[in-house]
Design a protein around this ligand. Sequence first.
Ligand code: HEC
Length: 150
Amino acid sequence: MKTKTRVLAAAAMALLVTLSAAAMTATEAIEQRKKQMEGVRDGILVLSAIAKKEQPFDADVVRSNAEKIAGHLEEAAKLFPEGSDTGDAETAAKPEIWADRENFDKIMASSHQAAVELQSVTEQSAFPGALGKLGNTCKSCHDLYKTAQQ
Ligand code: HEC
């Protein structure tokens, strides 16, 4: 009897943990994915400055920022769980993400891939094309799955 009670208590506890994790997930996921996307943007800003020739081309800077972008995209990809279209934080994620999950994941993967390819750019001549390819993936996804913000 004692053991049974303990087992039941453990099961109830496990359920509570699961429920509270699920309840936290939407808001946390929204907050965390926005942070990851901000990290992506920080990397893009550095690379855009190089593309606009405001900063000199430096293969090391390109590689480290492309690495940073790829890392943040990889994290962001994990932060769109089912049910996180709304939460206690503002989100610009459209519900279409979850209706159309396969395509969303595909664009996320192509964006990550473009960031990985950008890491191996050592020639200035190859840089604008590789950055443009990455930039197009941001736009493709945002056009479909992110609400426009003022
Ligand atoms: C596969 C889809 C996808 C890709 C690829 C993607 N994003 Fe996003 N991004 C989103 C979604 C969805 C949001 C809205 C997240 C939210 O508000 O919950 C977002 C939000 C953002 C934000 C706003 C963050 C905030 O604080 O609200 C920035 C900045 C951003 N993305 C930059 C980028 C850049 C730069 C790239 C390309 C290098 C990129 N994103 C690639 C889907 C994507």
